[in-house]
Every structure is written in C-alpha cells, then in structure tokens.
Design a binder for this molecule. Structure first.
Ligand SMILES: NC(=O)c1ccc[n+]([C@@H]2O[C@H](COP(=O)([O-])OP(=O)(O)OC[C@H]3O[C@@H](n4cnc5c(N)ncnc54)[C@H](OP(=O)(O)O)[C@@H]3O)[C@@H](O)[C@H]2O)c1
Length: 259
C-alpha cells in the first residue's frame, strides 16, 4: 500500500456510499486519515468501519451539509483533533428533479417547482459553500490545501447549449444549474485563494452507476473516483495535485471540461 498521503487529513462529504466512499477509500489507501462525512451517524460509522477493515485510518463525522450546526461541529472536531485540514472533497449532492434518469417524471425546465430548486440548491450549492467556508481556516493551516467540488458535465453551459451533447436530453433545471453554480463558486474562490497554496477545482466523475441515477450510469464508482487509465483528472487526482497543479478549473478524465 502506497503511503504518499501519510499525515494528510481529508474530509469527504457524503462519503458513506458510492463516489464519496470510493474517494475516501482511494485517499485512505494512500495513507491519508479520512473523515467520512455522513448525515446519518449509523451509515457513516458503518462506512468508516468498512474502511478500517481495509487498514484505512477512517473516522466518521456526522455532517449534514444543510445543517449549520453539524458543519460547525465538524470544523471544531477537526480543529481540536488535527489542527488542520489538507483535503476537502465536497461530494454530497442530490438530484431532485423527479425521476431524472428514468425520464418518467423528468419535467421541462419551466415546469420545475420552485421548492425543488430551493431543495437542490440547499445541498448542492449552499452546502458546498457552507462547508468550504467553515473549514477554510483549517485548509489554510495545511502546507498544500486542496478542495475538490464534485460538479457534473450537466453543469456545463457550453454542453447544455449543444444539441449534440451526449446528455442533451437531460435538461434538469435544478440539478444542472446547481452544478453551474458550483463551477462559479470554484472559479471565484480560486481567484480569492490564488496567492495561497490552496488549489480548488471542479471534477466531473462521469456518468457513474450510483443511487443518484438509479444505477443507470455506465461507469463503476472506481472509475468515477480514481484516475485509472485515462481518468487523469477525476476527483482523487485533483485532491492530490502537486504544488504546480492548476486551480479554478473544471476537469474530467479527458482533461478540461468547457464551462
Ligand atoms: N453518479 C454520477 O453519474 C455523477 C455524475 C456527475 C456528478 N456526480 C456528482 O458526484 C457526487 C456524488 O454522487 P453519487 O453518484 O455518489 O450520489 P449518491 O450515490 O446519491 O451519493 C450521494 C451522497 O451524498 C450524501 N448526501 C446527500 N445529501 C446530503 C446532505 N444534505 N448532507 C450530507 N450528505 C448528503 C448522500 O447521503 P445519504 O446516503 O444519507 O443519502 C450520499 O452519501 C454528487 O455531487 C453528484 O452530483 C455524480
């Protein structure tokens, strides 16, 4: 087992399953201490236990990205136990635009309920911002802080405007625009942090078979999370960028994704 991340502390939100869990597993298997963020304590503890069985230093933290109390307590816990954070992966995300991938209840943008938009933004946008803001002082204490925001190709305005885009039929107003907002947040924070060692990037894991799409995705979680083969810019890669790595970008396994 490689130990190149020994001494690093990584917080992954929504790490109790699927892509978040796999990111935790990959970082942990390289020696990082992984903090398994989960809104449900029991599911978080089960995931951390499973990682510990694989000799990973994993601890669960109760973290609902829509609940400021749990965000603040997570920050305090990391501060008191480690005094710093090296890697933040904002992975937790939801799709609430009906039965998005099955298509049965997929609504045209103008028909989306405003509550659906608010609900989606609470997790996918405000949650990313709130968690990042809370732990930024701890990332600044790292010698090489890295932030990865799980975005999506569905958040690309260029791709949404292209009728030939592979997922041109997936016009999910709430989800797609929430990921566009995540991209904006990534760019603006990167500009603010440009004179620090912190690098912040958005990652598109690709269409991965998970709960979020009723397992319709055609990649395995391992491919979504790790740069095996051509997956050079997936989340794990961006979480472990070298000092001269990019910041303020949007990447998938093929490289740059258009905004
Ligand atoms: N799968 C894909 O094809 C794909 C493609 C592009 C981008 N992405 C992005 O990749 C990320 C991970 O997706 P996934 O496919 O692994 O989804 P998933 O299987 O639905 O897992 C989502 C994770 O986020 C957690 N979560 C949801 N709301 C939360 C909240 N308020 N607080 C804390 N955790 C919360 C879930 O916890 P519970 O178990 O408690 O529900 C779960 O652990 C998402 O940001 C998604 O948008 C996925």
């Amino acid at each position: 087992m490689s130990e190149d991340l020994k001494g690093k502390v990584a917080l992954i939100t929504g790490a109790n399953k699927d892509i978040g869990y796999e990111i935790a597993r990959q970082l942990g298997s390289r020696g990082a201490t992984v903090l398994v963020g989960a809104r449900d304590i029991k599911r978080g503890e089960e995931a951390a236990n499973k990682l510990r069985l694989n000799e990973i230093d994993a601890r669960s933290v109760q973290l609902d990205v829509t609940d400021q109390k749990t965000i603040d307590s997570t920050g305090k816990q990391i501060e008191s136990e480690f005094g710093k954070l090296d890697i933040l992966v904002n992975n937790a995300g939801i799709i609430s635009d009906g039965d998005a991938y099955g298509g049965k209840l997929r609504l045209p943008p103008s028909q989306v309920d405003i509550e659906t938009l608010r609900h989606t933004y609470d997790t996918n946008v405000f949650g990313v911002f709130a968690v990042t803001k809370a732990v930024l002082p701890l990332l600044k204490k790292s010698t090489a802080g890295r932030i990865v925001n799980l975005s999506s190709g569905l958040g690309s305005l260029t791709q949404n405007s292209d009728p030939n885009y592979e997922f041109a039929d997936f016009k999910l107003l709430a989800y797609n625009s929430s990921k566009t907002a995540v991209n904006a947040l990534t760019v603006l924070l990167a500009a603010e942090l440009k004179d620090t060692p912190i690098k912040i990037n958005a990652a598109d894991p690709g269409f991965t078979a998970t709960d979020i799409n009723q397992y319709q995705g055609y990649r395995t979680v391992e491919q979504g999370a790790i740069p095996t083969g051509g997956y050079a810019y997936a989340a794990v890669k961006l979480a472990t960028l070298p000092d001269d790595g990019s910041s303020g970008g949007f990447f998938d396994e093929n490289g740059v994704v258009p905004w």
